[in-house]
Design a protein around this ligand. Structure first.
Ligand SMILES: Cc1cc2nc3c(=O)[nH]c(=O)nc-3n(C[C@H](O)[C@H](O)[C@H](O)COP(=O)(O)O)c2cc1C
Length: 249
């Protein structure tokens, strides 16, 4: 590089770092994924770093082959005892999605009438905003969990430990496993050119949603994931620096 090139590089350096440059870089990676198309291959790091939650969708339907691919990738997740205790219901029917949306709305309205909610009016309005948009997506993937019981669980139960103590010793391996699958699912959706959002807020209406979707015990509805071609491309949100979340000993 000649001297002028070196000076240009040094002068431009501050603009290649910092949050603005980072956002531009990540938008760039999202565009690379979009350009690569469903058949394109991207590195794991590019896929993970360019994903962000999408909450507005185009109407284009999501072909079943793509849904199956997302679920196939999601089920590569690790699971406690390889129990694979996740189950998915892909809701394509717009009328069913509308009923689900209404069920969540009504549940939130009922909760807003609780005397305890009086001090939380503003919060509940915000909650409504991020609880019901799933109904507008062309597809909602409902994630259910089956119970997982290891030998240790059985031992702790036989020992008569109370549920709280058992939870402290086990930290919900069933939910950890399903969470791993959901993270892979939303990343797979992103790589295939779709937007998605992991949602637990609608679970306040789990009972009503399970009835609509005929989810039978022992399965439990634990999350919804609306999926569709994105109508917005939010820049990836910032994360805590590694030094804040990692320590070596
Ligand atoms: C367990 C879990 C539950 C979530 N529930 C909701 C939800 O109910 N509604 C929503 O809009 N976003 C929900 N999110 C998405 C988070 O708000 C989002 O992941 C976070 O703000 C980071 O943004 P990003 O996904 O774009 O990186 C949830 C995420 C997780 C992991």
């Amino acid at each position: 590089m000649n001297a002028t090139g070196w000076v240009k590089r040094v002068l431009a350096a501050p603009f290649r770092r910092g949050p603005v440059a980072e956002r531009r870089r990540r938008r760039g990676t999202a565009a690379r994924i979009a350009a690569a198309g469903p058949a394109g291959e991207v590195s794991f790091a590019v896929a993970v770093e360019s994903r962000s939650s999408v909450r507005r969708f185009l109407d284009d339907p999501v072909p079943r082959a793509d849904v199956e691919r997302m679920v196939a990738l999601a089920t590569r997740a690790a699971s406690a005892g390889n129990a694979q205790n996740w189950r998915f219901v892909a809701v394509e029917d717009a009328a069913v999605r509308q009923r689900m949306g209404v069920a969540v709305e009504q549940r939130l309205e009922a909760m807003a009438a609780w005397p305890e909610a009086a001090a939380l009016r503003g919060d509940l309005t915000a909650v409504r905003g991020y609880s019901t948009f799933f109904a507008e997506a062309p597809l909602v993937v409902v994630v259910c969990a089956l119970p997982y019981e290891s030998r240790i669980d059985r031992l702790l139960l036989a020992r008569g430990l109370p549920a709280e103590e058992r939870d402290r010793l086990r930290q919900h391996p069933d939910m950890q496993s399903v969470g791993a699958a959901v993270q892979l699912f939303i990343t797979a959706a992103h790589v295939l050119g779709y937007g998605a959002c992991w949602m637990s807020a609608p679970v306040v209406a789990a009972e009503q949603l399970e009835r609509i979707l005929e989810v039978e015990p022992p399965a439990r509805l634990v999350a919804l994931v609306p999926v569709g071609r994105p109508a917005q491309c939010p820049a990836p949100r910032s994360r805590l620096p590694v030094r804040e979340v990692l320590r070596f000993r």
